[in-house]
Design a protein around this ligand. Structure first.
Ligand code: ZN
Length: 110
């Protein structure tokens, strides 16, 4: 039988954050590998020539999105990321206290 499964391990991220699986407690990584970050940065700079002309960089945009905004928005839940070890999809109850606080603050603004 052909083995089509990739060798399982936590994603090796260059940009991003870590979250713990609520089911098995394993640490997971959300974000971009070095190669993915290179692609993201190149695409961002190609799509944002005005911002680049003003001195912004793809690295800065990538860093801001994956290291700050994505964590505050629980991007791994929004994207339905699965735990690399047990394949459980990330749910709301895996949110960190900080993210809950952020969400309640946003709710109160409405
Ligand atoms: Zn798990």
């Amino acid at each position: 039988m052909e083995n089509t499964q990739q060798h399982k391990q936590m994603k090796l991220i260059e940009y991003g954050y870590y979250w713990n699986c609520a089911t098995c407690g394993t640490e997971n990584a959300y974000g971009l590998t070095e190669q993915e970050a290179d692609d993201y940065i190149r695409d961002w700079e190609a799509d944002n020539e005005d911002a680049v002309a003003e001195g912004e960089t793809g690295e800065g945009a990538c860093d801001w999105w994956y290291n700050v905004t994505a964590e505050e928005n629980d991007a791994h839940i929004e994207d339905g990321e699965c735990c690399w070890k047990c394949d459980t999809v990330a749910h709301r109850h895996t949110r960190t206290d900080k993210a809950r606080w952020f969400d309640s603050m946003v709710d109160n603004l409405g």
